[in-house]
Design a protein around this ligand. Structure first.
Ligand code: ATP
Length: 348
């Protein structure tokens, strides 16, 4: 079993607290992304798990064993980093075999494992080549194959696709998912790319300012963000946040009355996904001033304001809305997130 328990990890660099009591459990065979903007502490957390950085406080257990005092190579982990880290003076075969040689595996096992990993990543044709004769994407596959060849219980990846162009990223993303699912590897994956995290992960831990703001599966995080930060960080366009007055437990949206959760005060933040609306006559819904209408083919993207606050809305491509129009929007009641204007947290 390779359950990973991150238990109240703290990390200070001098007076700066990069991680403030982070706790997170990753289940055996699960793919969990650490997602957040630059500087939120995700790389630091990954490096602490790997043993490349020392925590200021807290514990990390794999299975039932604390690994916090162990050197990196005794932790049973494999790592893939952003800069590929393939050895230029070794052939692809020797690169993939590297971890196995470190483990002093016999030649038969090296061959078997290299062939298996190379097969998974489709790099068999290049086994005799040197890395400088490979494309970026091929080199990336070599790095992943090397990590998988040792059949690690746990795989740590830090932005492994960030050096690839958009098309290759997408291709590698799909492949990674297939390969890791097949191998049953427990994976912790650092990224600032929400699309990548959504596509790959069983669960996402959204980090912000050294804390985990929310942990959940991608759909749950998308539909029910726990905080304004999470709703704004996940999704393209980001969630709309419109502060609206509350009267007798309701918010008026044109002809409609939306009931707000108990505990809301005089005003509340209406968190609304851009696509969770329907076009209705102007007086029947929330009024939106459309500044720019962009036909995107698959959808119509509208940018403007609702009640004087910036908003982005996505409608079916067939809707006839133009820049400068004033329209009515009916929010899908089941897809509204109500948040506190003060704390930025969503109401349960
Ligand atoms: P990025 O996506 O840019 O890599 P990140 O979320 O991975 O960001 P970290 O690299 O974990 O962020 O850094 C978290 C914070 O800790 C940052 O503010 C960073 O400046 C700080 N930090 C990281 N390493 C050190 C260090 N060795 N000394 C001092 N501060 C550090």
């Amino acid at each position: 079993m390779a359950n990973i328990v991150i238990d109240r990890i703290r990390k200070a660099f001098g007076a700066f607290e990069a991680l403030k009591e982070v706790s997170l459990t990753i289940n055996d065979g699960e793919f969990v992304s650490l997602l957040g903007p630059s500087g939120c502490g995700k790389t630091t957390l990954l490096r602490i798990i790997a043993g490349l950085e020392t925590a200021t406080a807290g514990d990390i257990r794999i299975g039932d064993r604390s690994i916090i005092g162990l050197p990196p190579k005794e932790r049973g982990l494999a790592m893939v980093f952003q800069n590929y880290a393939v050895f230029p003076h070794m052939t692809v075969y020797e690169n993939v075999a590297f971890g196995l040689r470190m483990q002093k595996a016999d030649e038969a096992r090296v061959k078997k494992q290299v062939e298996k990993a190379a097969g998974l990543l489709h790099i068999e044709p290049y086994l005799d080549r040197y890395p400088n004769k490979l494309s970026g994407g091929q080199r990336q596959r070599v790095a992943v194959a090397r990590a998988l060849a040792v059949e690690p219980k746990v795989l740590l990846m830090d932005e492994p696709l960030s050096n690839l162009d958009a098309l290759l990223r997408l291709e590698m993303r799909t492949e990674l998912k297939t390969v890791l699912q097949a191998a049953g590897t427990t994976t912790i994956y650092v990224t600032h790319d929400q699309t990548e995290a959504m596509g790959l992960s069983d669960r996402i831990a959204v980090m912000h300012g050294g804390v985990v703001e929310q942990v959940g599966d991608p759909v749950e995080i998308y539909n029910h963000p726990a905080t304004r930060f999470v709703g704004g960080f996940i999704g393209n366009p980001p969630m709309n946040f419109i502060t609206v007055p509350v009267e007798r437990g309701h918010v008026a949206a044109g002809a409609e009355q939306l009931s707000v959760p108990q505990g809301a005060g005089d005003s509340v933040v209406l968190g609304l996904r851009g696509e969770a609306v329907a076009l209705v006559p102007r007086e029947a819904g929330l009024e939106m001033q459309v500044r720019v209408a962009e036909p995107m083919g698959s959808h119509l993207l509208l940018t403007g304001s609702i009640q004087g606050q910036p908003a982005r809305v996505v409608l079916p491509p067939s809707e006839a809305v133009r820049s400068g129009d004033v329209i009515g929007l009916r929010p899908d009641r089941n897809r509204i997130t109500w948040l506190s204007p003060e704390s930025g947290k969503s109401y349960p």
